[in-house]
Design a protein around this ligand. Structure first.
Ligand SMILES: *Cc1c(COP(=O)(O)O)cnc(C)c1O
Length: 403
């Protein structure tokens, strides 16, 4: 049997990054504010904002830092209630707690997207802000969400950590809410080990986030490439009035990230093709189901999620074991011990575990398999086959109709 590919290996960093890194190592100029202008971090912010069609970008140490600074820049009072989906990564409720706010969890459907009925009900329960987590790149109905939030004047933060390159009705994900936050951690589309960036058109919020990210004294001036009266006024307004959390990005990270921006279209194209190819194969099995995307959505996946249909807990465990024996590691979100995407493991939250049976049921049968853009058709076939056969081994061959 041909071996299944290692889906955890990263792509090499483009050669063009090496020259820039070498230059930084020679000069020792690793801090974003040493140079008067054109530091690698500032160039990354300029290019990223332009690529996304946003007015401003602020690069920071992680997407979690970007989410935290976004919440702080909204000026929420301690104890403010922030609505988040119950299917997300533990970093999201953590950022809310860190901002001294209270996360409120809403139900998610078995297509991994927000349940709009539950959402609308919870929005009216004293919610001050929302974070929409495009978990694993699955986009909830952003038209409906924006309409509901706009009608109530509730600001929307997009957690697009794992969604770079996704489009919603032709718009870049991360540009639909007031702020969009992205991650450059190694398991995301652009890999710098660690790093994050936020984008926004809101000068007042960006000025606050820049200062709180660690632009002490007048270092904010290095965030203004040209004349921008709105931003300048906001910096003047917030000077000396905000705590510094020092969540800056360093020049080395920016030097690793910037050359990868040019790789995004290829990674998105290949990742989408890989995902759709494997999805078609998995959907031939009566035991496996890959939910459809919404029609406004153009995805940029680097992994695939599918639901086990009609399997008990024991059969679910047997399926994961059979797939693993064929070299494909399947994580069932709710079944693996201490999974950071299972809301009942967020024991750092106050109060009892919320009662969200729909999300819980989804997490108990939803499988997660990495599918990096670099995989070949042959490797995709090995993965698809391993999953389909593993289900067959556990559940038996389904009877054809009429027999
Ligand atoms: C990875 C991830 C985060 C956290 O990103 P960091 O850069 O590691 O802080 C947040 N939300 C989602 C949906 C993620 O996938």
């Amino acid at each position: 049997m041909t071996l299944a590919p290692n889906v955890y290996d990263a792509e090499p960093i483009p050669q063009s990054a090496r020259a820039e890194i070498d230059k930084l190592l020679k000069s020792g100029d690793l801090f974003r504010y040493t140079a008067a202008k054109d530091a690698p971090v500032a160039l990354l912010e300029r290019d990223f904002a332009e690529m996304m069609g946003s007015q401003y970008a602020l690069a920071v140490s992680s997407c979690s830092a970007a989410l935290f600074l976004s919440l702080k820049a909204l000026g929420l009072h301690p104890g403010a209630r922030v609505l988040i989906p119950a299917f997300t990564f533990a970093a999201v409720p953590s950022s809310v707690v860190h901002a001294e706010c209270v996360p409120v969890l809403c139900d998610v459907k078995d297509n991994y997207r927000i349940d709009l009925n539950d959402y609308e009900g919870k929005l009216d329960a004293n919610i001050d802000a929302v974070i929409i987590s495009h978990m694993r790149g699955h986009t909830s109905d952003m038209d409906a969400i924006m309409a509901l939030c706009d009608a109530r004047g509730i600001p929307v933060i997009e957690d697009a950590a794992h969604s770079l390159g996704t489009l919603w009705a032709g718009r870049n994900i991360g540009t639909i809410g007031r702020v969009g936050c992205f991650s450059f951690q190694s398991y995301k589309l652009v890999n710098a080990g660690e790093g994050g960036i936020m984008i926004s058109d809101d000068a007042d919020m960006v000025a606050q986030a820049v200062i709180m990210s660690g632009a002490y004294e007048h270092n904010w001036a290095k965030h203004m490439a040209g004349s921008d009266p709105a931003l300048e006024a906001a910096f003047a307004k917030w000077q000396n009035r905000l705590p510094l959390y020092n969540l800056r990005m360093g020049n080395l990270s920016a030097a690793i990230i910037r050359p990868q921006l040019a790789e995004i279209p290829r990674r998105v194209r290949d990742g989408r093709a890989n995902h759709d190819y494997v999805a078609d194969r998995l959907n031939t099995s009566p035991w496996l189901h890959v939910p459809d995307k919404l029609k406004q959505e153009e995805r940029a996946p680097d992994s695939i999620q599918f639901n086990l249909v009609g399997l008990s807990d024991a059969e679910t465990a047997a399926f994961a074991k059979a797939a693993s024996e064929r070299g494909v590691k399947v994580q069932v979100f709710g079944q693996s011990t201490d999974n950071a995407r299972a809301f009942w493991n967020w024991k750092f939250l106050d109060g009892p575990v919320p009662d969200l049976p729909q999300t819980r049921a989804m997490l108990m049968r939803a499988c997660d398999v990495r599918l990096p853009a670099r995989l070949s058709r042959e490797e995709l076939d090995i993965i698809s086959e391993a999953l389909v056969i593993a289900a067959q081994e556990v559940m038996g061959t389904p009877r054809a109709y009429g027999t």
